[in-house]
Design a protein around this ligand. Structure first.
Ligand code: FAD
Length: 475
């Protein structure tokens, strides 16, 4: 890498946070380069034809409520750089045995109306938070606004620190409402009896109402491509095929921002840190992993519950009890017979994803960190349970266990897609408790990945906030 010039800042890793950090630095006048180990940019936000020609699969992230709502991404002209969001008619469907599904609609009123006796409780829970969602999000970029429902939000804030099971059982009486909430809460990778799993249920529901759960036309790669294109327009440089093994591999620069997780940061820059910081990084905990299958299909998924055909995302796991059993098993290091599955069917709403009449499905379930168990059959059986005839439509599939995922992207340690466990101890204080979590004890070295607040997901906020910290040093 030496000889490519000197920089104000070099970002190691081109995931959404690495690219976001580079963009924020470049738009503040800094000379920036991004070094990416792999041959393509994007980290967890990449797409490719991995089954059959013409079928575009999202290799990591698929659905982007966080990306669409991100105050940082919203401040960038990403549409001018090729990003186009697709909004399915409904963000989410959650089918049950017997051919019925609960649906998270864009409208709180419509969602509530289908929840029968739980309609009032749902309205009271989601109304105030959704009305203030944009103002809460802006808090991160330092633009706090006057909240419309401060008292209701305080209540929601306290509720979000609870576990999902007790909150759902105290608020809702029907399996439909409890199951819908449980599916969103299961995105936390926590047992539903552990706090703050309720936070994820509230957050994802709120985003669905306030912003939708869209995805990029043409594949999630478009998020990375748009960020990189904007970066280049600002004078930034992006290099692929450049794995950084030590700080000495980085060309001359005043600051380095690492879009990596603590384990890699220790390997790359450990000798520059204090003993305290090193032991903090060693104590960092990773969460469960995922097992993923991408399908090329001969037609749309034949859902028994017709409502599922309107949703971009479908949660497969049935009742609160069943979702809780599956997630509890994963937390104990086991592989559930009936796993909770997150499924996306982008091609139903984006014809660029598959040849005419054909379709793609993106699906994964949680597994213990580092698992080597093949969950393909259990994932297919679970989809077949809610969509009889599904298996007959499979033209090809691509399977990725935890080791495959980590080979594809070294940040996915043991298959953990969030850059570290997101429990109460580690959600707000990642990678460890510090006044500024993005800085390290080594002057000019920063961490900007999802192993810093606000954590996992494609939103670029960790990168943006790390860049702000670096800018205070650089300027
Ligand atoms: C299967 C899966 C499904 C997901 N689904 C969703 C979803 O639907 N919605 C959502 O919002 N999020 C989802 N996520 C999570 C999301 O992708 C991540 O939270 C996000 O990509 C984290 O961004 P990042 O920039 O911190 O790190 P990453 O995206 O992981 O990027 C890190 C980059 O750094 C590079 N790198 C690492 N080490 C080095 C090195 N030594 N030298 C040079 N380069 C290096 C890597 O190759 C990689 O490109 C999913 C992730 C996966 C894997």
């Amino acid at each position: 890498m030496t000889g490519r010039g000197t920089y104000d800042a070099v970002v190691v890793g081109s995931g959404p946070n690495g690219l976001a950090a580079a963009v924020e630095l470049a738009r503040n006048g800094q000379r920036v380069a991004v070094l990416e180990a792999r041959s393509t940019i994007g980290g967890g936000t990449r797409s490719a034809e991995i089954t059959l020609p013409g079928f575009v699969h999202d290799l990591g992230s698929a659905i982007h409520p966080l990306g669409y709502a991100s105050p940082f991404f919203r401040s960038l002209p990403l549409e001018e750089h090729g990003l186009e969001w697709v909004h399915p008619p409904a963000p989410l469907a959650h089918p049950f045995d017997g051919g019925k599904a609960a649906v998270l609609e864009r409208s709180i009123e419509e969602t509530a109306a289908a929840l029968g006796p739980d309609a009032g409780a749902y309205r009271r829970l989601m109304g105030p938070i959704s009305a203030d969602a944009g103002r809460i999000a802006n808090f991160f970029v330092g633009r706090p606004g006057v909240l419309r429902h401060p008292l209701a939000l305080a209540t929601a804030g306290l509720r979000s620190l609870r576990d999902a099971r007790s909150l759902a059982e105290s608020l809702f009486e029907t399996e439909r409402a409890r199951g819908l909430f449980a599916g969103n809460a299961a995105h936390s990778f926590l047992p539903l009896e552990q706090s703050p799993s309720a936070m994820f249920g509230l957050l994802l529901g709120t985003l669905g109402h306030a912003f939708g759960w869209p995805f990029p036309k043409g594949g999630s790669q478009k998020v990375a491509d748009a960020l990189a294109s904007y970066l280049v327009s600002l004078g930034g440089e992006v290099y692929t095929g450049v794995p950084v093994g030590s700080v000495e591999d980085v060309p001359r620069t005043r600051a380095v921002l690492f879009d990596v997780t603590p384990r890699q940061l220790l390997d790359i820059a450990g000798q520059h840190f204090t003993e305290d910081y090193r032991s903090g990084l060693k104590r960092y905990r990773y969460g469960p992993g995922v097992f993923k299958v991408d399908f090329a299909l001969d037609g749309p998924v034949p859902w028994e519950a017709e409502e599922c055909t309107r949703a971009g995302t479908v949660h497969l796991g049935g009742t609160l009890d069943e979702v809780s059993m599956g997630e509890g098993a994963v937390a104990r290091g086991e592989h559930p017979e009936r796993p909770f599955i997150l499924l996306a069917q982008q091609s139903l709403f984006d014809p660029t994803r598959a040849p005419e009449g054909k379709h793609t499905v993106w699906a994964y379930c949680h597994v213990p960190n580092g698992s080597t168990f093949d969950m393909t059959e259990r994932i297919e059986a679970q989809i077949e349970r809610f969509a009889p005839g599904f298996k007959d439509l499979i033209l090809a599939k691509s399977v990725a266990g935890t080791a495959d995922l980590e080979r594809w992207n070294p940040n996915l340690v043991g298959g953990d897609i969030n850059g570290g466990y997101m429990d109460l101890r580690q959600l707000f204080t990642r990678p460890m408790p510090r006044l500024n979590p993005y800085s390290t004890p080594a002057s000019g070295l920063y961490i900007c990945s999802s192993s810093t607040p606000p954590g996992g997901g494609v939103h670029g906020m960790s990168g943006y906030l790390a860049a702000k910290a670096a800018l205070r040093y650089l300027t």
